[in-house]
Write a protein that binds this ligand. Structure first.
Ligand SMILES: [Zn+2]
Length: 347
């Protein structure tokens, strides 16, 4: 959209660009009503053919010398008819480019131009309407804002970098192949490196991928929790743990194991892509148990924990084996520490 666009639309677009929690996707909702084409970007705005011309004719876009040209800069009118012309300083010479440009011009003829300046409409359901703050406010009131964030709590049992990683996971902000492609990063493949089967989204990589399913199956066996077959996302996993009926210490231990599992699946994926290390189920299971053991032992104050016991026991017996945090700290003579450890700050 042209940077010179002014008034209320400029504010709306800017708020959409900077918002970290896009409950309403501003760019998808704004529909341009082209008049003279003076405020609409020819290649970059979605004004004809349901998506930007850049996406429909990528080879032509590559040859365009002025990628931010307006619609108005690419047509001329003569005796009431509109003629679209190739305005780039790079001429069209190859056969396939000429064919593409002919197809592009056919599409351009379907766009209705007008005699007035371009303006924008707000897409609300199946219809487009004049934007009003009142209508948008009514719509926002019915949206439960980022429910995932409520499921995730800052845990002092988990290292800061892993807490941050989980936060990015539930917000879909880790650089999976799907996320990189959305940001137009050129990649040799969009499929999951671990299974080579489907596009690599966050939920695929960490939950539904065959490799991840194998990991979770073994981890939940160890935790002695039944995982429902319809678990398809990280948010569902978090909900599952939140709903699991057990004591508070065991639940935090299970959350810690889950964080270690997500973290290690991500590391396994990175090691495969960047270091060409083949993933091994036995290794990742062992790493998840080792990481969660060291985090619980050193960060949660369970200094008496024993590796052999941690590795072998079912986590439903966590309290029975290791007691409550308070009792262990009382044994160690530590005071004040429990208060700090029990802080459960939300993001
Ligand atoms: Zn996969």
């Amino acid at each position: 959209m042209k940077s010179s666009i002014d008034g209320v639309w400029k504010s709306i677009v800017n708020s959409g660009s900077v918002s970290q929690n896009l409950v309403v996707n501003v760019k998808e909702r704004m529909i341009v009503k082209v008049g003279l084409g003076n405020k609409t970007l020819f290649w970059l705005d979605n004004w004809v053919g349901n998506r930007p011309l850049r996406d429909i004719f990528p080879s032509l876009f590559t040859l365009e010398s002025d990628k931010r040209c307006t619609v108005q800069q690419r047509y001329r009118t003569s005796q009431g008819s509109t003629e679209w012309f190739w305005g780039s300083s790079t001429p069209l010479t190859r056969e396939e480019h000429l064919t593409d440009w002919a197809a592009c011009k056919t599409l351009l003829c379907t766009a209705g131009l007008g005699q007035e300046s371009d303006y924008w409409l707000w897409k609300s359901g199946p219809t487009c309407e004049e934007f009003t703050v009142c209508n948008l406010r009514a719509e926002l009131d019915h949206i439960n804002v980022i429910p995932e964030a409520k499921l995730l709590t800052w845990s002092h049992w988990i290292p800061k970098k892993v807490n941050c990683f989980l936060w990015r996971v539930v917000q879909d902000r880790i650089p999976t192949r799907e996320a990189l492609l959305t940001r137009r990063v050129s990649l040799p493949s969009s499929t999951c490196a671990l299974c080579n089967d489907t596009i690599q989204s966050v939920d695929h990589l960490l939950v539904t991928c065959d490799f991840a399913q194998h990991v979770w199956c073994l981890i939940f066996q160890w935790l002695n929790i039944t995982i429902p077959r319809y678990t398809l996302s990280v948010v569902q996993l978090l909900e599952l743990i939140k709903a699991h009926k057990t004591n508070k210490a065991t639940k935090r231990a299970i959350e810690t194991v889950m964080a270690a599992a997500c973290w290690n699946i991500w590391r396994t994926r990175n090691n495969l892509i960047f270091n060409h290390k083949a993933p091994q189920i036995a290794k990742i299971i062992s790493d998840i148990k080792a990481n969660s053991f060291s985090w619980v032992k050193s960060r949660a104050g369970y200094s008496n924990m024993d590796w052999a016991k941690w590795k072998g026991f079912k986590l439903t017996k966590f309290k029975k084996h290791f007691g409550t945090l308070r009792s262990i700290e009382t044994e160690n003579g530590s005071t004040g520490h429990a208060k700090q450890q029990n802080q459960n700050n939300r993001f």
